[in-house]
Design a protein around this ligand. Sequence first.
Ligand SMILES: Cc1cc2nc3c(=O)[nH]c(=O)nc-3n(C[C@H](O)[C@H](O)[C@H](O)COP(=O)(O)O)c2cc1C
Length: 354
Amino acid sequence: MADSLCQQLGVDYPIIQAPMVGVSTPALAAAVSNAGALGSIGLGASTPEQGRAAIRQTRALTDKPFNVNLFCHQPATFDHARNDAWLRHVAPLFAQFDATAPTALNEIYKSFQDDPAMLDMLLEEKPAVVSFHFGVPSTDWVGRFKQAGIFTLGCATTLAEAQLLEQAGVQAIVAQGQEAGGHRGVFDDRPGQDAQIGLFALVRLIASGVQVPVIAAGGIMDGAGIKAAWQLGASGVQMGTAFILCPESAASAEHRTALNSARAYDTRLTSAISGRSARGLANRLYLEASQPQMPLPAEYPLAYDVAKALHTAASAKGCHDFAAQWAGQGAPLARALPAAELVRVLVEEMRGRI
Ligand SMILES: Cc1cc2nc3c(=O)[nH]c(=O)nc-3n(C[C@H](O)[C@H](O)[C@H](O)COP(=O)(O)O)c2cc1C
């Protein structure tokens, strides 16, 4: 199964470095791809022109296949009652840093579902692989990638989501367990809709319910984790947190220090940072979020606009307590190795040689 996925992706090893907006870089993706695994860049926060530049930068560093990731969320509805309540809730936090909360919220990430210019750019640039998070584009768009010879991956957190991806023609499923760092790929982000299934059960559920290959994601940090995913029926793995400490990543010095500290043992899910549930190192926003009187966070990605403004205001006063430091439950196992060396070690571990 792993061999067939490797053939489909054009790689030597069934290991995907996860796309991580803000953390993955062309240099990281290229180093991973040059080492025989599949590197990824994240275009979820990019315009088509920024995306084209990132693809070309990656191409300048590798002639191997790499993956380009897109956010397919439902666009914000601008529910003013909900969003204003959230702004009132965070205003005192801004005041602590002599700042004022924004009064208007911006949709900082455009959904790929609403971005035909991004589709056109990708069909021109033709990266080897394209992946979807938070949803699935139309069958027509997925078909156009296939016609262009671009292999498609889609993230699922339930069997039902995996089946929607398969029905739309997506060629492999990234099964994301609730252990995973970063945003949960759930399609429906309304409160109470996330089943939070762990990777063990999820891989079994999806592998027995779809025909396409399954790629396991969430808490996989080493060769033992990769082998366990195979045992469960996965054809490959997608690993994010394991690559954060690579020198080629864009992770901030504070993110790296936190990952190397006891804080790495405390990852939690919250929607208080971006408006969608995501796992990261617990910080003051997580503590705020656990207060019983907390209103529903503003919609995704409007809440993220607020959290980024709060982080800017706080860090200007030397406080880094509000940074979004995404990480999965395996965070304490992350290793600070150059990406090519990390891929080499993972392959040796998965072959049982070390
Ligand atoms: C810092 C960080 C940023 C992430 N950003 C993205 C992203 O932009 N797009 C995406 O599809 N997944 C993103 N993810 C989730 C990964 O695709 C993957 O599901 C996750 O990293 C797997 O769990 P692990 O971190 O325990 O390996 C991110 C994960 C992390 C840790």
